[in-house]
Design a protein around this ligand. Sequence first.
Ligand code: NG1
Ligand code: MG
Length: 538
Amino acid sequence: MASVPLVKSLADIYPQDALAQQSSRWDALYARFRAAYGGAAPAFVARSPGRVNIIGEHIDYSLYSVLPMAITADAIIAVSARPSSGSTYKIRIGNVDEAKFASREFDLDLDADIDIDAKASEWTNYFKSGLKGALALLRQKAKAAGVEFRPCDMDVTMDGTVPVGGGLSSSAAFVSASALAVMTANGQAPVDKKELTELAIVSERSVGVYSGGMDQAASVLSELGSALFVSFSPQLDAKPIKFPHTSPELGFVIAQSFVTSTKHDTAPTRYNLRVVECSLAAGYLNAVLNPPGTTLPLDAGPLRTSLRGFHDVYAANNLAGLDPEEQLQRLISLTEKTLTQEEGYTREELAEVLKESVVADLTKMAAEGDTSAAAGINEADTVANLESRYMSKFTVHADRFKIRQRALHVFSEALRVIRFLKLLESADPASADVNQKLGDLMNATQDSCRDLYECSSPEIDDICRIARGAGAYGSRLTGAGWGGCTVHLVPVDKMDGVKAALEREYYATRALTDEQKSQAVVVSRPARGSGTLVGHAG
Ligand code: NG1
Ligand code: MG
């Protein structure tokens, strides 16, 4: 993968019809920067966009491929840097929306790790997590090269247009742009795209969410005019995918539900719990289906959490050699036969089946230097062992773990992504039913998210029903869910109709501000990934 591009003008980033508005927004960023930091213009601006996921929901952290695309809304961070002195380096950070996001100053110890209070809802945490990750990488590189590294002082002003908590990944846009800003400020430009993506993925976990890598990959690696097929296994890879010119021509509509689900507060019962449930499902399948004592890799590079992944189940199950569609179909039937409890599994029930593998895993983790794993082994207490193996990195709250439903969602969703991609790659523009087939897959995703993964919401279900009724081929939630945003595959001649129906039947029934009304529905075009811009005139 190449390096993050140096972008010369706003016209290289934004569509023509958005230029005037973007240009005044960038002027405002520059004006705010000058006002905050003594009048000089910033040295550069790091930019990274939000994303919409077309298909492949809640499977990135199980390392299955996904198909998102970058959107025009983005995070932009104006920066100037100077060498630091003494025993600290200083970061001053502000936001164009000062009323909502108060300015801060951090005086940080040169060698100390950056402290991020994941429990606090603090906007600068996202910058700090990019900073933490970027500095860790820079230190590691300096060490390998045998040179000294000293972080620089930075003055930073940021502006974001990706709605917060809205499913379009404002967080990944902010973290990726922050990491890019820190790398660039510390003399690392040009920044390698793959390095930046992996760094942003790992960084974002320091705000307390066990996230996969889809958002950061889409934000950094997307190319103008294309969606992005992202794979995580055996390593991070991405390929741009153009949509075929079918008849009628297709477009994507993004519609907000205005139900915000901030991951920060809900992670223990929603997002992180799902990550843990998937790992438990994989561990359970592995324990039952693979011969005892099968040794499996615990970790596959930076994208992998240290939890058990579904790919481990393949290893000794004669699945490894099959083609991916067949693998997934086999996994679906194995899951149906093996994980029979619809009502979910208690910790005791899981511990009983998993006890040997849990002790083996903890022993192996301890041998690899994980001190908390070593402390967690207690031969007599299988539930405590299970908890320290699967639930100690992030807090989760649950009495029962619905591992059957979660696994069935993951495998069927991974299968839908493969089928969607095949349709796109083989689509005969003259064949009228390609559009509906693509839409059917998106609709099946929505059903699976609602029924098996339980990450939809009544509002999202309503929006999907209304949009389909007005002519969308496919409608579903996008992003983590539980509110947030929806995405719709719509023939261009029905776009206005879909928009009008949503306004009439959904938005008119809610108390919304004028700003919300104006942002409720947007037609999304595949936008450009991260870039650094020098010399905007504003
Ligand atoms: P959102 O909530 O839209 O940022 C999250 C995860 C993704 C992915 C999706 C569900 C983060 C940063 N992102 O997206 O990795 O798992 O949910 O497909 O947590
Ligand atoms: Mg996010």
